[in-house]
Ligand binder design. Structure first.
Ligand code: AMP
Ligand code: MG
Length: 407
């Protein structure tokens, strides 16, 4: 029986990043960057004021306080954009706005709150200003290159572009970026008992929930989902959907159910006969039976049918594959440590339990969400975390430390 990490490694070896495309900035959010971004300019690009106030020579302000202010001649007014050829001399000050270039001669900015100047918008520059506080050289100045120098890498290939990344690209004047295209994930459910959400229940039927859960996980992970619906438990129906996935140029195919050892588990059989199937028992719970293979060259995952097992199979195996396809730099998923509120026991396999993790007195506490049957979707609905018990551990007492994935 394979360990979870052996199965993950084996699966990942079948995936390469999809090709890159060029997108305008406003279409690139959430995509994975396919190029390193260098800055051609220093940031900030010029010395500028971090405050509304007065640019001056710091030495002039030494010893000032509110009962004994220093009064300086205001020799210029620098609006936000214009540098001018202003040079501030001893005994002088220039009114300056946040972000405006520091004039020659000045080595500090005193903020308007520390002067007698009005803070009302539209107030014209005064002829003189009284300063109530000393400032030190460099105070309230953001120097050119303080954030980063021209020629440095600011965003590396393989990162998911977030709002602030796009803001930085805009700052740098990068209007288009190379990103990986979204991987296409085709998905279907299988089983004679499955009906669509709109259909009324009849004896022996259940609604197909996996299509929803898995499609949404995939879409949120950045995939373009190709929904193929439900296949009956017969070879022809399954083949038809697999071929639709090929026609739609899927990068991977994910199905649920039909991969155990039941008499009607045809998915496994079809992929075995028409493609290449590696069927493993993975040493985990839930989700022990995992079918992985290729159909006409496309990687194929046959997840278990039970809704909790299908979800965990996605998180443990499909998500890392999608990440690899999407070009993202591989990063192990963040695990946090929590303390058990109650004792737990397992059968010794790597076990994923549904839990609610809360913070109590500065520590994370994990409580199971009811019975842990793999058909009990409600236990996952009530959970905000998966608690991971490593293989070989059969019981843990209350208060033991465990690792959790926050969902
Ligand atoms: P199977 O792998 O086909 O033996 O299915 C295992 C269990 O999961 C059975 O109880 C199925 O009815 C249930 N199941 C299979 N597919 C789905 C689905 N798409 N949505 C909800 N439950 C399912
Ligand atoms: Mg079935």
């Amino acid at each position: 029986m394979l360990t979870v990490s052996e199965a993950q490694q084996h699966i990942l070896s079948h995936f390469e990043p999809v090709e890159a495309q060029t997108l305008p900035l406003d279409g690139a959010a959430g995509r994975v960057l396919a190029e390193d971004i260098f800055t051609a300019i220093d940031l900030p690009p010029f010395d500028n004021s971090s405050m509304d106030g007065f640019a001056l020579q710091a030495a002039d302000t030494q010893g000032s306080n509110s009962s004994n202010p220093v009064t300086l001649t205001v020799m210029a007014d620098i609006p936000a954009e214009s540098p001018g050829n202003i040079v501030v001399g001893p005994g002088q000050a220039a009114r300056i706005m946040t972000g405006a270039p520091i004039p020659g001669g000045a080595d500090a900015v005193v903020k308007v709150e520390d002067t007698d100047h009005s803070r009302e918008p539209g107030t014209p520059a005064p002829k003189a200003v009284s300063v109530y506080q000393p400032v030190q050289p460099g105070e309230n100045i953001r120097y050119r290159g303080d954030d980063i120098y021209a020629g440095s890498i600011v965003l590396a290939r393989g990162r998911h572009l977030r709002a602030q990344d796009l803001g930085l690209l805009a700052t740098l004047g990068v209007s288009k970026v190379q990103v990986y295209r979204s991987p296409r994930l085709a998905i279907f459910s299988s089983g004679d008992e499955l009906i669509q959400v709109e259909a009324p229940l009849s004896p022996g039927k259940i609604r197909d929930s996996n299509s929803y859960t898995l499609s949404i996980l995939a879409a949120q992970a950045g995939a373009e989902v190709i929904p193929l619906g439900i296949a009956l438990d017969e070879q022809a129906a399954i083949l038809k959907l697999l071929d639709l996935a090929v026609d739609a140029k899927a990068d991977l195919i994910v199905s649920s159910a039909g991969v155990s050892v039941g008499a009607f588990d045809f998915v496994k059989q079809v992929v075995e006969e028409q493609g290449r199937l590696e069927f493993w028992k993975v040493n985990m719970r839930p989700g022990k039976p995992l079918a992985f293979g290729t159909y006409r060259g496309i990687p194929f995952f046959g997840l278990p049918g039970n809704p909790v097992s299908a979800y965990i199979g996605f998180e443990v195996f499909v998500r890392p594959a999608l990440e690899r396809l999407s070009g993202a730099t591989p990063r192990p998923r963040l695990r946090q440590r929590a303390r058990l509120a109650e004792p737990i026991s397992t059968d010794g396999r790597e076990t994923y339990l549904r839990a609610v993790v809360t913070e109590e007195n500065g520590a994370l506490i994990a409580r199971l969400t009811g019975h842990q049957g793999s058909g009990n979707l409600l236990s996952l609905v009530q959970a905000n975390a998966l608690l991971i018990v490593p293989s070989g551990v059969k019981s843990l007492p209350a208060n033991a430390e465990v690792e959790v994935w926050i969902l």
